[in-house]
Design a protein. Structure first.
Length: 469
């Protein structure tokens, strides 16, 4: 296993956190024992020891050794010292029998020894379990004329032995199970990340059709969903790019082939004057097609490179629209289209050559996708905040599906049909780009077979209102 992998790091960190928390919890409970429980424990055991001493004092006939033997059988350890300093132990032995002579004497003299309370503080050892004589309660004891010192401590091992095992098992099982669950849990958490990493690598190698099987509602799930979405978009772009290249290649190839063909025909000396003129016209036409396509490509790439750079000025919009219509007269007449317009005399603030492109594209489309004898209506209106320009035609219209896509780069509805109509699918994306550069919006309303209306909304800004006064 790679030690630097996220899985290893995550598992080790979680396990380390568990151990550190365990250690801190132990230290805190020890501190709590030292501060709170130790005095209580001392007090409780002092009461028990004094009760034992009282009982013996009140029953002078009782045999002390028998009685202490009896008590040790129910869970206590004792040391009994008489005035001659004879020591007798009852019950389980102490692990450490050290006790100063001074202490022994003071208890014999009648003082109570609070060994449990005075037992030294140590951070990592809970004094409660320390089976030492020092950790006991010493009480004076009198039976008749005899004085004794009685040291007592509960036999923890006897009282809590089973509990000890129980706790040890609980602790051991908790640690083992936690480690197992951490390892499984972390795998569950990390697994999708490995999948994502693999998918990213595949994506960078150009495989866009990635389906991630990550179905989660958390952040990783969201990330996976965004990733899949991104891969789909990239795939779409890639498909569009490939289609565009094939379109452009086709659109470049066919006029070039035509030009080449007609140029070699022109070389023939037997050509009539009319034939020559026809061929030259065709060559001219094809050259225009090529020039239009390269202009569009250049415009798109320059718009993208100089994103946001618009050379704005205030100028008469209606004049510009009339100029556009005038420049298309020949095409309009060729298709016998009737053009009507209602152009309110407004000034717009914008880049004239870029906006010219917008009107030019919209009018060209309205002619291209119109029927012979069709109609085109162009309108300009203005309200307090916007200038509205609309191009309505009675042409082929758009399907609902096409309406969604016409602003996508390189999109052309019904490839087979539009092959016969010139175009690259770039016009409307250029239009949308320019309108957005002018902080405007473009909408389309259309019905298949009935015609379309393209509406453009451009903001009237302060500079504009000044010039229109
Ligand atoms: P093109 O160079 O193919 O005209 P555009 O980006 O200008 O490219 O238009 C994209 C597609 O939208 C066209 O191929 C055509 O199918 C459709 N379209 C654009 N304008 C109209 C219109 N006025 N009426 C019908 N369809 C249109």
């Amino acid at each position: 296993m790679n030690l630097r992998s996220l899985y290893t790091k995550f598992s080790l960190t979680t396990i380390a956190i568990m151990f550190i928390s365990g250690l801190l919890a132990f230290m805190y409970s020890n501190f709590y024992y030292q501060q709170k429980l130790k005095p209580q424990n001392d007090e409780k055991n002092t009461t028990i020891a004094l009760n034992i001493a009282n009982y013996i004092e009140e029953n002078p006939h009782i045999d002390i050794a028998d009685y202490l033997d009896h008590l040790s059988a129910v869970g206590y350890q004792f040391l009994l010292i008489n005035e001659q300093n004879d020591e007798r132990f009852f019950g389980a032995p102490f692990r450490n029998n050290t006790l100063s002579e001074e202490t022994k004497e003071s208890v014999l003299r009648g003082e109570v020894f609070h060994g449990m309370l005075e037992f030294p503080r140590e951070t990592f050892i809970t004094g409660f379990f320390s089976n030492e004589l020092m950790n006991s309660i010493g009480v004076p004891l009198k039976q008749g004329e005899d004085h004794y010192a009685l040291f007592m401590r509960p036999d923890i091992k006897m009282l809590f032995n089973e509990m000890h095992f129980l706790f040890a098992w609980i602790l051991l099982l908790t640690v083992i199970l936690s480690i197992i669950f951490v390892l499984i849990g972390v795998r569950y958490l990390i697994h999708p990340i490995s999948k994502l990493t693999k998918a990213t690598k595949e994506l960078s190698e150009g495989n866009f059709s990635i389906e991630l099987e990550i179905d989660r509602e958390d952040e990783i799930g969201n990330l996976a969903a965004s990733f899949t979405n991104m891969a789909r978009q990239l795939k779409k772009l890639d498909d569009m790019k490939n289609e565009f290249i094939s379109n452009v290649t086709h659109d470049l190839q066919s006029p070039l082939a035509n030009i080449k063909g007609y140029v070699s025909l022109l070389e023939k000396e037997t050509l009539s004057k009319e034939e020559k003129a026809d061929y030259i016209a065709i060559i001219n036409n094809e050259t225009n097609r090529l020039s239009n396509l390269s202009k569009q490509l250049l415009l798109l790439s320059s718009l993208e490179q100089e994103d946001g750079f618009v050379n704005k000025q205030s100028y008469n919009l209606s004049e510009q629209l009339k100029e556009v219509i005038y420049n298309h007269q020949w095409l309009i007449q060729e298709k016998a289209i009737m053009v009507s317009y209602s152009l309110k005399d407004v000034s717009v603030v914008g880049d004239p050559s870029l906006l010219y492109n917008v009107w030019d594209n919209l009018l060209t489309n309205a002619i291209k996708y119109n029927n012979v004898n069709g109609e085109i209506n162009i309108m300009v209106e203005e309200d307090t905040s916007f200038i509205h320009v609309s191009f309505t035609d009675t042409g082929v219209g758009l399907s609902a599906e096409a309406k969604e896509k016409i602003f996508d780069r390189f999109y052309r509805e019904d490839q087979a049909r539009t092959r016969s109509i010139e175009g690259s699918g770039l016009g409307l994306s250029i239009v949308e780009f320019i309108v957005q550069l002018h902080e405007g919006e473009i909408f389309v309303e259309s019905e298949k077979g009935k015609g379309s209306t393209f509406m453009i909304k451009l903001p009237v800004n302060s500079e504009n209102s000044q010039t229109s006064i």
